[in-house]
Each structure stands twice: as structure tokens, then as C-alpha cells.
Design a protein around this ligand. Structure first.
Ligand SMILES: [Zn+2]
Ligand SMILES: [Zn+2]
Length: 386
């Protein structure tokens, strides 16, 4: 009896320990099961995060091309609105100050506008280029796993376009097109001209914006439009007083009820609209300048180094990989900043900055997008430089 009691006590004492062990074993077993289902030799953190991101990639791949046309219409509408406001508010402001200055601004403004429209249109409509189908591509360096087709150097597969793109830079939803060999120059020059264009508006619209947003409505740019013949109202003691305050005609103001029959003066509604337009312009131009400006600077840096956005990533990882082996990596397409830019802009065979960069030019990029000269082609650098 005593012995049995002792045994029971011992068992009760061990129950928590047994349960813990069993739960622990089950946990390890489940973990092994799950890991055995997912494990492969290449498993690492970035692979796992890629798998988790797969639904997002799927969404981007399948719906970006559907959203593309809306983006293009959005860009066109936004550009047209900015141009319209510049003519409506900016041009009269400068014309009143100095007709000569207004003329100079119109010339510069239209030069920028034509370049923006031309390069945007060309970037949207020019195909980036795909490897030719059904012919032997001797230049091929690998096989595209998705197209099951040979891949020339600098070519990458775009999952939105679902095809291989020559010298692919990225897929641009704002263009509803891939940026690659055929339209890379148009894309870059569009960004450069748009950034300069918005900077131009900020620079020559700063005074208008300052007057309207900081000095209040009655100052500055309104000086040129005096409130002649504006309406009056009677105050409580029967005196005639002029209506000068915008808020008396507010959309849902209490005072509006009192002035029910009073027509809303044209000057005031016009000024309210102008005020809103100026705020809109300030917001759009400043944000475009910051966003597109920083993107442009980054892209120009890449071009100076002779690489595309995709190659920038590849080159960084290659540099690290070779550095670990004690070797130095060199980008085979980097001919030095000056030559890289000249090649990119197609400024070869006596083409000039004046005609082929500062003015819209439809010249084709160098080569065929399949073969690329490298820094190892000594004869190219010395004798065959176009
Ligand atoms: Zn492909
Ligand atoms: Zn694409």
C-alpha cells in the first residue's frame, strides 16, 4: 500500500514532464514535415520572401498592362492641365510685366513642351525591341526559361509584356511600354525635359505663387485686375458697402442665404478658380520636380556608368561576388562617362547636341540590340568608333 502510494506520487509528478516532451516532439516532427515539403538546396531568406511576395508579383504581372492605358491618359490630361493654367495665369502675368519677357518665356516654354510631347509620344509608341523569332541568334548568351528561346546579351524577360526585351531597363506603367533598346533614349529625354519644364514653371511662377499663397488674394497678381464695378450690399444701418470678401459668396456659407438674389460676380469666382489653379500648379510642379528629378539624376548616373537599371543590380552583386574571390569586376559596356553618354544619345557620325538632343530627333539607337561592343573590343575603341 505504502509502496503503491509512492508509485502514484511519482507518476503524478512526472505527468507535466511527459506532456511537455510529447508536445515538443510533435512540434519538431511538424516542423520537419513542413521543412521537408519546402526545402531545396537554394532555400534562403530572399527566396522565402520571394515566395511570400508571389501574389503581389502575380497581380503586378497580370494587371499592370490593364492599368497602363489609364496611366497614359492620366499623364496626357495632367500635362494639358498644367499647360492650360500656364497660359491662363502665367502668360498674362508676364505680359503685363514685360511683353518682351513674355515672348521669351513663350519661346522657351514651347521648346520644352514640344520636346516633352515628342519624347513621350515616341517612348510610348516605339517598341523596345525583341529578339528575332525563328532565326539563329549567334549572339545568344543564355536561354530564357519563360520564352524557351535564346537570349542575346543585355536582354531580359519582362513578365508584364510576357516577352524578352532587348537591353531591357524596366517596364514603365506610365508609358504602358517596356523601356529597352528601342526607346531608352526617348524615355530618358522625356524625363529630362519634363523635369526642366516643371522647374521652368516653378521658377517663373514663383512670384505668382508667392503672391497668391502667402500675400493673400487681394495682393500681387490681382493688381492687374482691379475690382471695377464689383457688387455692393447694404449693411444693417442701410449704408452701401462694397462686397470685397470671397467668403460672402461661399459655397455653403450662412451669408449666402441673405444674398440669395445677388448674382455671383464673375471677377470673384474667376479669382477663386485662379487661386485653386495656382495651388494645384504648385503641388503638381513641386512633386513632379522632386520625384522625376531624383529619378532622372539616378538614370543619368547609370548611363554614365554604361548600365541599365537591371544591370545596375547585376553589376553590384557581381562586384561583391568577385571581390570575395579577390578579383575586381569591370562592366564590359562601360567606355567611360563621356563615350557612354555619346553612345546612348546616338551622338556619333557627326550628329550634334544642337540638332539631335536639343531638338526632337527620331534617329535610331546604335547597332541592332543583339550584338554589343565591349571594352575588350580594342579595335572598336581605336578604329571602329562610329
Ligand atoms: Zn523571355
Ligand atoms: Zn514590359
Amino acid at each position: 500500500m505504502h509502496r503503491n502510494m509512492g508509485r502514484i506520487t511519482w507518476r503524478l509528478k512526472d505527468i507535466p514532464k511527459n506532456v511537455c516532451n510529447r508536445i515538443q516532439n510533435r512540434y519538431h516532427y511538424a516542423k520537419q514535415c513542413i521543412m521537408s515539403l519546402m526545402y531545396n538546396h537554394h532555400m534562403n531568406q530572399s527566396y522565402a520572401s520571394d515566395v511570400c511576395m508571389e501574389p503581389i508579383f502575380w497581380f503586378v504581372d497580370n494587371f499592370t498592362h490593364l492599368l497602363g492605358p489609364f496611366f497614359v491618359v492620366g499623364v496626357a490630361v495632367l500635362t494639358a492641365t498644367v499647360v492650360y493654367i500656364a497660359h491662363w495665369i502665367g502668360l498674362p502675368f508676364w505680359y503685363n510685366k514685360s511683353p518682351l519677357m513674355a515672348f521669351a518665356l513663350v519661346v522657351v516654354g514651347y521648346w520644352l513642351l514640344f520636346n516633352v510631347i515628342f519624347h513621350y509620344y515616341m517612348a510610348v509608341t516605339t517598341p523596345p525591341g525583341v529578339p528575332p523569332d525563328g532565326v539563329l541568334i549567334v549572339e545568344a548568351v543564355s536561354i530564357c526559361k519563360k520564352c524557351i528561346a535564346p537570349k542575346p546579351p543585355r536582354t531580359h524577360h519582362c513578365s508584364v509584356c510576357n516577352k524578352c526585351i532587348l537591353k531591357m531597363d524596366h517596364h514603365c506603367p506610365w508609358l504602358n511600354n517596356c523601356v529597352g533598346y528601342g526607346n531608352h533614349r526617348y524615355f530618358i529625354l522625356y524625363m529630362v525635359y519634363t523635369t526642366i519644364g516643371t522647374l521652368f514653371i516653378i521658377l517663373f511662377g514663383a512670384e505668382i505663387g508667392y503672391n497668391a499663397l502667402w500675400m493673400g488674394d487681394g495682393e500681387g497678381w490681382l493688381e492687374t485686375e482691379p475690382l471695377e464695378g464689383h457688387p455692393i450690399r447694404f449693411n444693417l444701418s442701410g449704408h452701401i458697402i462694397p462686397v470685397t470678401e470671397m467668403n460672402e459668396y461661399g459655397d455653403e456659407g450662412i451669408i449666402q442665404a441673405i444674398h440669395d438674389d445677388l448674382p455671383i460676380p464673375h471677377e470673384l469666382t474667376n479669382n477663386a478658380a485662379k487661386h485653386r489653379a495656382i495651388i494645384f500648379m504648385a503641388f503638381i510642379c513641386v512633386s513632379v520636380t522632386i520625384a522625376l528629378g531624383s529619378l532622372t539624376i539616378w538614370h543619368v548616373k547609370l548611363i554614365k556608368r554604361g548600365e541599365t537599371s537591371i544591370e545596375a543590380h547585376i553589376n553590384i552583386s557581381e562586384t561583391k561576388r568577385l571581390a570575395a574571390l579577390g578579383k575586381i569586376y569591370t562592366n564590359p559596356y562601360d567606355f567611360g562617362p563621356r563615350k557612354n553618354i555619346l553612345l546612348f544619345l546616338g551622338l556619333v557620325r557627326k550628329r550634334t547636341w544642337w540638332r539631335h538632343v536639343l531638338l526632337p530627333s527620331p534617329h535610331k539607337p546604335e547597332g541592332n540590340g543583339l550584338t554589343w561592343y565591349t571594352v575588350n573590343d580594342v579595335s572598336f575603341l581605336q578604329n571602329e568608333w562610329p
